[in-house]
Design a protein around this ligand. Structure first.
Ligand SMILES: *Cc1c(COP(=O)(O)O)cnc(C)c1O
Length: 421
């Protein structure tokens, strides 16, 4: 599409938007009595109007039924982890048996690494992107130390070339190939939280497998943002949180994917709990762990129903909108943002968009690197009613989310940003 600059064009795109009605399904925060321009769905997604109803149903069932709610609630709590499977599977491109909602992201990362990072004398290295999200870095570092290894020599963090902001796939593949004797695990943030780069999952996974390593991905910034094909791409495992693009609320229940080829491999070592035990005799409380087939076999504890209710409310919205339609709008919405940013004369206050300009290599987020005065520009945005995100040392992350953001929001944002410069 050929973009244009005036506000009337943004309004025209909003009018033509087949997903425009979805904005009404969300609570939009206000700043100084005015609806904010909310561009932080990559940090905490907005609340669907239906969330309250879903949570209230569980709270009411608990009041009315007590423990009997495990079996007799409208959505019986015993089976709650199953209710989100179908939609989660669609969102990550998986079969229902390959996904499960459970725990929090970092917990799931450790659980997956307990199974898929089994260093040996010959094979012990982890390859990841430099500057991974802190929690992932701590997980990698502590896993290595847990196995008695030195992160300095066993964790390979791939950085962009000098003068570049994102990694070239060819460089990633080459690094994997160069370490093929020793690499045990290749793990990337599918969409990098800082740069917004969407890595080439299929190619990275294939290179990892060719090298004899497992491939895992952190989908924190990918699920609900970009279409994924984890099953087809042969990814071994993935983990995600659900409070970013999935709009399931602060600390919402996270999730994990384990590829179907590992579904019945009960020999995979794992850290177990009773909810991962086969449901046939879970309540026999007997000695001897027998895992459920598939991702369910990695569950530890009984399901957090209240946060799960919020997840179901949000997934219902995704079912209605469809991830393919969302992606289509997202490419336009972010493309429009990029177009307007590119039109700004940035010689006054220099900035660069560090997110790849190829839509296939990014989700909805653009990361604007401020070469000077970044903090003060960001504060002006905040005062003008824009909720965006500041990352040290100098990046403003903006994420127009196709479910609830409009082309007009993008237009207004760029107008305010330009004035702030
Ligand atoms: C948001 C995010 C996390 C957060 O971890 P929690 O365990 O949910 O607190 C971890 N990793 C990445 C890449 C993230 O973007």
């Amino acid at each position: 599409m050929k973009f244009e600059n005036p506000l009337a064009f943004a309004k025209k795109l909003d009018k033509q938007d087949p997903l425009k009605s979805f904005r009404k399904r969300f609570h939009l925060p206000k700043v100084n009595g005015k609806t904010a321009i909310y561009f932080t769905g990559n940090s905490l997604g907005l609340q669907p109007i239906s969330t309250k109803k879903f949570i209230n149903e569980e709270v009411s069932d608990w009041a009315a039924l007590g423990v009997e709610g495990h079996v007799h609630a409208k959505r019986p709590w015993l089976y709650y982890h199953k209710f989100s499977k179908k939609t989660l599977a669609k969102l990550v491109g998986a079969k229902p048996i390959e996904v499960v909602a459970m725990n929090q992201l970092t917990v799931n990362l450790h659980l997956m690494m307990a199974s898929f990072y089994r260093p040996t004398k010959q094979r012990f290295k982890i390859i990841t992107e430099a500057g991974a999200f802190s929690s992932d870095q701590y997980a990698f570092e502590s896993q290595l130390k847990f196995h008695g290894l030195d992160p300095e020599t066993t964790l390979i963090e791939l950085a962009p070339r000098k003068g570049e902001f994102t990694l070239r796939t060819a460089d990633i593949l080459q690094a994997i190939e160069e370490n093929k004797e020793q690499v045990a695990l290749v793990i990337f943030g599918a969409v990098q939280y800082y740069s917004g780069q969407f890595f080439e999952i299929k190619k990275i996974t294939k290179a990892a497998h060719d090298a004899g390593a497992y491939a895992g991905f952190d989908l924190a910034h990918a699920i609900g943002n970009v279409p994924l094909h984890l099953h087809k791409d042969q990814v071994d495992f993935a983990v995600w949180c659900s409070y970013k693009y999935l709009n399931s609320g602060p600390g919402g229940v996270a999730g994990a994917f384990v590829h179907g080829r590992h579904a019945n491999d009960s020999s995979l070592p794992r850290l177990a709990g009773w909810w991962g035990h086969h449901e046939k005799d879970r309540f026999q409380m007997k000695k001897g762990f027998i895992p459920m087939p598939g991702a369910d076999g990695w569950q530890l504890s009984n399901f957090p129903v209240l946060s799960g209710a919020a997840l179901l409310a949000s997934l219902q919205v995704f079912e209605k909108a469809g991830i393919k339609n969302l992606r289509k709008k997202s490419v336009l919405l972010t493309g429009y943002l990029e177009f307007l940013l590119n039109q700004i004369d940035n010689s006054i206050t220099p900035f660069s968009v560090i997110t790849p300009d190829d839509p296939k290599q990014r989700g909805c987020q653009l990361s604007i690197l401020m070469h000077q005065n970044g903090k003060s520009v960001f504060q002006k945005l905040t005062r003008a009613g824009i909720i965006a995100d500041w990352r040290e040392p100098g990046v403003i992350r903006v994420a127009p989310v196709p479910l609830y953001n409009r082309f007009e929001d993008v237009f207004e944002f760029v107008k305010i940003f330009k004035a702030a410069l």
